[in-house]
Design a protein around this ligand. Structure first.
Ligand code: FAD
Length: 390
């Protein structure tokens, strides 16, 4: 019997279809050529210098809204979308965030809850990467509990007038279109706010120590007047944004598996090459123990992602499955990144190696789209039938 491949120890590749493998390989090759050579510099600069070019490239690759049907979207299965997220996050969590926010949050909101005119107007351009979207739910005083949002939309004749502030919004200041969630007399509703609308402004959030190759912004809405057609007609109540978040969290389940893989692979290479005490550090028992722990986490994460992906493709993924995956895989990736960082010694704190970049990125990934606490509560509710959120 052959020794298992360290890069696919449990031979999970065999469980993918030919088409899924082809999509994975295409995204991997694109990432290696077009993103990986630049991403450490973007991280150091604390921005994506040319987000339109990145959007266009990802649009041409076909990953923006790739799991959606029609309107220029590829309409792939959930596993293929997950595999793309895994490849993108193996490069940097910021790039996977870009794709998640565009495809799973902004485009999904429009696809699922928008009018036919809204879909026709925005989705083909967003799929092609010609228009960038963002998704404004979180506020300075409303994070894990989005139902407490203060942003208000009130009727004025047939128009809507929005006031409020959204915080921590990925791609906010470069977005052509913001999906903004606001409280109305009839509950929470979603609105499409085009860039340039009077009263609408954005501020880039600086001094981030995590997800630096990503643009994060504040959205300010001061008496923003929108026509009646700006509202997403199908989105009623908090369950609408939460359903989009579930889609994005699904991508994180896979993405975190990618960040973990990248850290493990870097550590394995480094341990084989780095000589101390006259031997590669890979030859020491303590190093091998750490590599074994990483191997287990990386493969568990992949199996978890694939299982949830298959359930999703069968229409059987419950939101608590997604919570399971987000909690398990982000935590696994954090463990792997921390071990890998240590194994790289001093080199591990630089951008010459990906490990510390992944390690600090994962702090954001652990926080957004529901913290570990929130997903633990979601699992607790699924197990006991008793919600313990408040
Ligand atoms: P809080 O909700 O204040 O939580 C603080 C702590 O309290 C956490 O540890 C949390 O687990 C804990 N806690 C909260 N409630 C409970 C409870 N019931 N029981 C036990 N513990 C609890 N938002 C968007 O809308 N759009 C975006 O594009 C977006 N992009 C982001 C990008 C980045 C880089 C980051 C960091 C965040 C982004 N967010 C975005 C916001 C993100 O979704 C929120 O930060 C997240 O929901 C957590 O909210 P909070 O930061 O207000 O923390």
């Amino acid at each position: 019997m052959k020794t298992p491949d360290p890069h696919d120890f449990l031979a999970v590749d065999r469980d993918l279809t030919e088409e899924e493998r082809a999509i994975r390989d295409t995204v991997r090759a694109y990432g290696a050529a077009e993103l990986l050579p630049y991403v450490a510099d973007w991280f150091e600069a604390g921005t994506i210098p040319d987000p339109r070019a990145v959007a266009k490239g990802l649009g041409s690759l076909g990953v923006l809204g790739m799991h959606l049907d029609g309107y220029g979207c590829a309409g792939t299965n959930a596993v293929s979308y997950g595999l793309a997220c895994r490849e993108l996050e193996a490069i940097d969590s910021g790039l996977r965030s870009f794709v998640s926010v565009q495809g799973s949050l902004a485009m999904t909101a429009i696809h699922r809850y928008g009018s036919e005119e809204q879909r026709q107007e925005w989705l083909p351009r967003m799929a092609a990467g010609d228009a960038i979207g963002c998704f404004g739910l979180t506020e300075p005083d409303s994070g894990s509990d989005p139902g407490s949002m203060r942003t208000r939309a009130r009727r004025d004749g047939s128009d809507w007038v929005l006031d409020g502030t959204k915080m921590w919004i990925t791609n906010g200041s470069v977005a052509d279109i913001a999906v903004v969630w606001a409280a109305t007399e009839d509950g929470i509703r979603g609105f499409l706010v085009p860039q340039g609308t009077p009263g609408y402004s954005t501020n880039v959030i600086h001094k981030k120590l995590s997800l630096r190759a990503s643009i994060t912004s504040e959205l300010v809405l001061e008496g923003v007047r929108l026509p009646a057609e700006a509202m997403l007609p199908g989105a009623e109540g908090l369950k609408a944004p939460l359903s989009c978040l579930s889609e994005a969290r699904y991508g994180i389940v896979w993405g975190a598996a990618g960040a973990a893989r990248a850290c493990y692979e870097s550590a394995l290479d480094y341990a084989r090459d780095r000589i101390q005490f006259g031997r590669p550090i890979a030859a020491f028992q303590l190093t091998q123990r750490k590599l074994a722990d990483m191997l287990v986490d990386v493969n568990h994460a992949m199996l978890t992602a694939l299982r949830i992906g298959r359930l999703k493709d069968e229409g059987l993924a419950h939101h608590s499955h997604i919570s399971f995956g987000k909690l398990a895989n982000v935590r696994a990736a954090q463990r792997v990144a921390a071990l890998a960082r240590g194994m790289h010694g001093a080199n591990g704190i630089t951008l010459e190696y990906p490990v510390m970049r992944h390690m600090v990125n994962l702090e954001s990934v652990a926080t957004y789209e529901g913290t570990e606490d929130v997903h633990a509560l979601s699992l607790g509710q699924a197990l006991t039938g008793t919600p313990a959120f408040r």
